[in-house]
Each structure stands twice: as structure tokens, then as C-alpha cells.
Ligand binder design. Structure first.
Ligand code: COA
Length: 331
């Protein structure tokens, strides 16, 4: 960020998880899997599933309102809403438009970011620059997903991994003595786009009566390949953000990683010289909620008192695209 920019801080966080819990045992009843397989290969024990009639925008709105409440900003004062999602209510308009309507943030500019599991951190970086440059006084950023609507519930390779939820944060200019976002690093490798995607339902492959049985509008993934890229990218992105903040791994009080797979997190942490006790994990309860995961974990860490003023925390994510992103924040 250039020197003419003001620093930006997080003024409040929020999250929302749908009420319905789907356990590994519930999945055993519908696909050929076991609680033991899911737990040992992923660390996931249960996930939340949105109710019928509960859309991504509804989850996003609930998380967003909590973040606004904590930051003391009224909906009418919000100037920018960015929703990071790969499971929008509709292809157009953006889910952020429905959120704007639902929270009554009628003075905000609202749009979506599509960067899969890295989306919340992509949104944070866009908002940091927009608010830091003075173009907007504040920004409400939300990661929200209803992945249950885009999963093939008969495919055990994917359906055990994902869940629904939303997390949010409000960004405002930072004044002397406040915390601030210290650094950020984003990356994309579009050459690997086919490793993890939703092949149907877009202009390349509309869903038709003929292809409907193929369930092309659901997540398709080459799990083992994605796993390898995830560990490398999470490590590299973490080190980039730590270094550009002028810090070392030892300065990081809490690591909040993307919550896809406990083995990915463990392999990343091993390479970073960060103690396992300083890593926030909630994927056992929620599974992989893509763009929502880091945002939900940030809010839970904040509300559980895991972050104190002045602490330096590291957020890092990885997802379809392929995309990766990291940020170091002084709280
Ligand atoms: N229950 C039981 N068996 C399952 C299963 C399930 N839910 N899902 C897959 N299997 C089987 C496979 O069919 C395979 O059987 P085979 O050897 O007879 O072919 C076997 O388990 C092992 O599959 P493999 O792919 O080697 O497992 P893995 O140890 O790599 O774990 C993932 C699979 C998906 C958990 C892992 O690859 C992963 O987490 N990848 C990254 C996924 C991810 O994070 N995606 C989102 C990125 S944001």
C-alpha cells in the first residue's frame, strides 16, 4: 500500500451457522462412508446444513448484522458490501445486493467476489485499499456459502467435506493506537482451474433436460492433487505475508487457516514453525465452508477471547482457481 493510504483495521466481526447439524453418522446412512474414514482423513465430525428457503444471502445477512453491531456502525452508514461466495443466490444480481436489501444498507455499493475459499481474504484486500484510499469510509465484507446446494449428495468423494455458513468483518480506517492490517498476499494459478470446479450451470455448460442426470452443477474435485497444492500454497502465502509485515513466524500469536482438512493444516503448520496450540481449528464442527471458513473462524476466535489487543494474527486460505491468500493483522 502506498504511503498516501491510511491504515485499516477490523472494527467488528460476526458469524452465522444454520441450525441443522449433519453428523458423519448421518452420512453413513446415505453414502458408502464411515465416521472413522471421514474423521481420520479430514478431521470433520459434523457440518451445518441450511434450511430449505434459507439462502446464502440469509446466512450472509445474519453474519453481517452481527459484525455491524459489534463495530457500532448502523446499516445506513455502510458504504461498501462485498460478499465472497461461490454459491450465490442467483447468477445475477450479486448476493451482496440481496444482503444490502435485507440489512437496509441503502447507501452502500454492493458486489460479489468469486475466489472460492480465498474469497474472504480477497474481499478484505479490496476493502482495505478502498477504505485506506479514502474512497469509502467503511466496508462490510462477508464470506458466505450454501455449499449444500452445489454438492452431489451421492458422491462420497465430495459430499462429506462441505458445509454451509457465513462470517463477516467490518473494516474502517485505523487511527493512532488502533490495530491494523499489516500485510496481505494474494495469488492465482488459473492453469489449474480444472482441479476443483463446478463444471455446469454457467455459460460453458448450461444445465439442460438432457444433461440434468449428470449433475454437472455440483462440485468436482481431484482431491489428492488439490491437497498437494494446498499445503505448498498455504505455506508460501503465509511466509509472504509474515515477511512483508516485517515479522517472523515467532511473532504470530494465532494462525487462522482455511478449514478444509486437518491434515492440510497440520502439514502447513509443520512447515511454518508455529505451535499447534496457536492454530485456530473449528472444521470438526463445520467442515469446509469455502469463503466463509476463515471469516467464521476469525469471529469465533475474536468472541472466544483468543485474540488480545496488539496480537499479531495470520489468516491464510487456499481454494479453487487455484487461488491462495493471506493477511497479517495487528489486533
Ligand atoms: N468414505 C470412504 N472412502 C472414501 C471416501 C469417503 N467419504 N471418499 C473417498 N474414499 C475412498 C476413495 O474412493 C479411495 O478409494 P480407492 O483407493 O479404492 O480408490 C480412498 O478412499 C482413498 O482416496 P484418496 O483420494 O487417496 O484419499 P485421501 O487420503 O487423499 O483423502 C481427501 C481424500 C478428499 C480427504 C483429500 O484428498 C483432501 O482433503 N484433499 C483436499 C480437498 C480439499 O481440501 N478441497 C478443498 C480445497 S479448498
Amino acid at each position: 500500500m502506498s504511503n498516501s493510504h491510511t491504515s485499516v483495521r477490523i472494527a467488528g466481526t460476526g458469524s452465522y451457522l444454520p441450525e441443522r447439524i449433519m453428523t458423519n453418522a448421518d452420512l453413513e446412512a446415505s453414502v458408502d462412508t464411515s465416521d472413522e474414514w471421514i474423521r481420520t482423513r479430514t478431521g470433520i465430525r459434523e457440518r451445518r446444513i441450511a434450511a430449505e428457503g434459507e439462502f446464502t444471502s440469509h446466512l450472509a445477512t445474519k453474519a453481517g448484522l452481527q459484525a455491524l453491531e459489534q463495530s457500532g456502525i448502523a446499516p445506513a452508514e455502510v458504504e461498501m458490501i462485498i460478499v465472497a461466495t461461490i454459491t450465490p443466490d442467483t447468477l445475477t444480481p450479486a448476493t451482496a445486493c440481496y444482503v444490502q436489501q435485507q440489512i437496509g444498507a441503502l447507501n452502500a455499493v454492493a458486489f460479489d467476489v468469486s475466489a472460492a475459499c480465498s474469497g474472504f481474504l480477497y474481499a478484505m484486500e479490496l476493502a482495505r485499499h478502498s477504505v485506506g484510499a479514502g474512497a469509502f469510509k467503511n466496508a462490510l465484507i462477508i464470506g458466505a456459502e450454501k455449499l449444500s446446494a452445489f454438492v452431489d449428495w451421492s458422491d462420497r468423494n465430495t459430499c462429506v467435506l462441505f458445509g454451509d455458513g457465513a462470517g463477516a468483518a467490518v473494516l474502517v480506517p485505523s487511527t493512532n493506537g488502533d490495530g491494523k492490517i499489516l500485510s496481505s498476499h494474494l495469488g492465482t494459478d488459473g492453469a489449474q482451474a480444472e482441479l476443483l470446479n463446478i463444471p455446469g450451470g454457467g455459460s460453458a455448460c448450461p444445465v439442460t433436460l438432457e444433461n440434468a442426470p449428470e449433475k454437472l452443477a455440483t462440485l468436482a474435485m481431484q482431491g489428492r492433487e488439490v491437497f498437494k497444492h494446498a499445503v505448498n500454497a498455504m505455506k508460501r502465502a503465509s511466509l509472504e505475508a509474515i515477511e512483508s509485515a516485517g515479522l517472523t513466524s515467532k511473532d504470530i500469536k494465532l494462525l487462522i487457516p482455511h478449514q478444509a482438512n486437518l491434515r492440510i493444516i497440520d502439514a502447513t503448520v509443520e512447515r511454518l514453525d508455529i505451535s499447534r496450540d496457536d492454530v485456530f481449528i473449528n472444521l470438526d464442527k463445520y467442515g469446509n465452508t469455502s469463503a466463509a471458513a476463515v471469516a467464521i473462524a476469525l469471529d469465533e476466535a475474536n468472541r472466544q477471547g483468543r485474540i488480545a489487543k496488539g496480537d499479531k494474527i495470520l489468516l491464510v486460505a487456499f481454494g479453487a482457481g487455484l487461488t491462495w491468500a493471506s493477511a497479517v493483522i495487528e489486533w
